[in-house]
Design a protein around this ligand. Structure first.
Ligand SMILES: NC(=O)c1ccc[n+]([C@@H]2O[C@H](COP(=O)([O-])OP(=O)(O)OC[C@H]3O[C@@H](n4cnc5c(N)ncnc54)[C@H](OP(=O)(O)O)[C@@H]3O)[C@@H](O)[C@H]2O)c1
Length: 342
């Protein structure tokens, strides 16, 4: 009889007020219970760290339930089936799961998708061929709809979503202006990904640089950030511009105080009216029925070398909190993933 494994878990120790800190997380260990009939034991190989997790740390009304204090932090994972009492899975199968920040988890199999390690590296199921890649695809296909010769601007442009947005927009024939933090990320999106222009949002003359980079205005602004990036982009929007509002990472630590301060709302509403802007928020799962198209299309683009990706892999589950805090400050470079087990 094999000994029961001991699971390592990162739980939410307390809710952050503003910027999260390491003390908001706690590492715990617990012996995994026996499997019931129909269940599988998952051994986490990789954990995805994503900006939405900041929202789950707050007890605010949102599109998804918050993580309970004391509960395991939520997250997408790639896992190996360690033991199975479910006929659909056998030990050694690799699956996409949503088992959170823990080394082991038990599942009834309903939320698992089998991955074929021969078709693509398994980490891509958390990035370019997973939720972030699909977010880029769905936001562009349904809302942004970039056309040949149009100007598309995207921020957090070296990240998981932004890097895919820019490349997919290039495939559509648009001129792509990427905004990223720092020279290394800017060089990457220009040289490795083929964006037309890269602008560092930390530059003191950032608004002037973005205006100069968009002499014909902006037709599609894929919003990942908000804050000072939105303020610089907003006056440059053309009539009939489309703005998929995908994320507002610059505001995730602000809670309800995001509504205070200088009120831009009248100016924004006036522009929506006068310029016939289409500003449309979305959560990727709204377009879940388009996932098969996405897997097929994105897989082909990767094979053809038209869709590149970069992963930022951190070793050890115990390092997940620090890596996540870094994500909220732009310290990641590419899709942030934690390697939990070899
Ligand atoms: N709607 C949906 O269904 C959906 C799904 C997935 C993701 N999202 C959203 O998409 C956005 C990008 O997500 P991702 O997974 O691709 O993350 P990511 O780009 O890989 O990482 C986050 C990046 O955001 C930038 N950033 C952080 N704080 C910032 C600030 N105050 N001002 C400007 N930039 C800042 C940093 O890049 P720089 O160093 O380049 O500034 C950082 O590296 C997030 O807002 C996320 O919430 C939405």
């Amino acid at each position: 009889m094999t000994a029961q494994p001991v699971a390592t878990r990162i739980v939410l120790a307390s809710r952050p007020s503003g910027k999260p800190v390491a003390a908001n997380f706690r590492l715990e260990r617990e012996t995994v219970r026996d499997l019931a009939e129909g269940e599988v034991l998952l051994e986490t190989l990789y954990l995805s760290l994503d900006p939405y997790m900041r929202g789950r740390m707050d007890d605010a009304k949102s599109y998804a339930k918050p993580v309970d204090v004391g509960g395991v932090m939520e997250g997408g994972t790639v896992a190996r089936i360690a033991r199975s009492r479910n006929a659909a899975f056998k030990a050694g199968d690799i699956v996409l799961s949503h088992s959170g920040w823990q080394s082991h988890a038990i599942s009834d199999g309903a939320d698992l998708r089998k991955l074929d390690p021969q078709t693509a590296p398994i980490t891509t199921a958390l990035g370019i061929l997973g939720m972030p890649g699909f977010t880029a695809y769905a936001g562009l296909r349904n809302i942004g709809k970039p056309k040949e010769g149009e100007t598309l601007v995207v921020a957090a442009a070296s990240g998981a979503v932004g890097s895919a947005v820019g490349q997919m927009a290039k495939i559509s024939g648009a001129r792509v202006v990427g905004i990223a933090g720092g020279p290394e990320k800017c060089d990457y999106i220009r040289q490795a990904l083929g964006f037309d222009v890269a602008i560092d949002h930390h530059a003191s003359d950032f608004p002037a640089q973005i205006a100069a980079a968009c002499p014909k205005g902006i037709d599609v602004y894929f919003e990942n950030v908000g804050g000072h990036v939105w303020s610089a982009v907003f006056p440059l929007l053309n009539d009939f511009a489309r703005i998929p509002v995908c994320g507002l990472i610059a505001h995730y630590n602000e809670g309800s105080s995001a509504l205070s301060g200088h009120d831009q709302l009248p100016a924004v509403m006036r522009a929506i009216l006068r310029k016939s802007l289409a500003i449309r928020g979305f959560i990727q799962r709204e377009f879940a029925d388009q996932r098969p198209d996405f897997y097929q299309q994105a897989g082909a683009w990767i094979t053809e070398g038209r869709l590149k990706y970069k992963e930022d892999i951190v070793d050890g589950l115990e390092n997940a909190p620090e890596a996540f805090l870094g994500l909220l400050e732009g310290r990641n470079f590419g899709k942030l993933i934690v390697r939990v087990a070899p």
